[in-house]
Design a protein around this ligand. Sequence first.
Ligand code: UDP
Length: 324
Amino acid sequence: MILVTGGAGYVGSHTVLALLDKGMDVVVLDNLSTGHRDLVGNATLVVGDLTDKSFVESVFEKFPIEGVFHFAAKSIVPESMENPDTYYRNNIIGTINLLSTMKNHDVDKLVFSSTAAIYGEPDQIPITEESPKKPQNVYGHTKLFIEEILKQYFRAYALKSVSLRYFNAAGADPEGRAGEDHNPETHLLPIAFNVALGKRKEFTIFGNDYPTTDGTCIRDFIHVSDLAEAHLLAFEKLESGELSCHSFNLGSEKGYSVNQIVQTVKDITGRDFPVTYGERRAGDPAILIASSQQAHEKLQWRPKYSNLESIVSTAWMWHKKRFK
Ligand code: UDP
């Protein structure tokens, strides 16, 4: 049985679906602070918090857990800057409770949800796994910290792990079973859809004076179902012994400007809407594009859904149905 922490959240729920599709037994541990009960499919859901060590122990006592996919974390960048205390306690202490419980129960395989935010403003594009790590926000710092902690748990206790550093996760399950549902919503595509649906008056692009082709930020969007697949591949490599303590960038290796994305949203939804330019958002690097060569080579990972059209159209299908 696989334990998925944060399995009711965005990337977590798509990974739960991928595991269930493969016929695996899945137990989801989620405090439902941002996740949704209806997104865990037929997995068993236990509601509780990783910061509660005795609760985590009770989950490992109850279920025959063989491996862990760890998504549970607070992940809103501006919130992390306002409240580092909550972020460090939740993300770091929660993870240490999880790792310590895994160690007590001889569970030695973990796939960890990391982020491109650990790099901060890159010196070079594309970003490789070896690029300097200078997180510009507390959220990114918590994830980098955890990657370091994982190295020590491997060295000292042989707890094996793969950390997956996502670039911009987007899109929705092509079968419409899951998708993005944040409250409050801060991400580009769902906000643009809300404007397309007339739920917001206009779309504000944060900054058009960046050193890029059209002045707006450039991002590497990766389909959430491709991310889910990478987690399964990483787990297989831990099981086979091919990997033991590793980190991979997960991106499409293609950059699109915010302007281009907004135009694609207009094309795919068939709705025109007002767009304005606002101030830059604090902590946004100008360009983030991944090199995912290592994931291609060592995980044999091949993104299937990550062209911009299928990202935007799967996300739009989900959004229309969920928020009509
Ligand atoms: N963005 C924007 N307007 C919005 C939301 C996002 O211009 O209402 C921009 C944001 O500044 C960034 C890009 O879209 O350059 C992606 O932002 P998002 O919050 O979706 O993901 P992040 O890059 O923060 O993970």
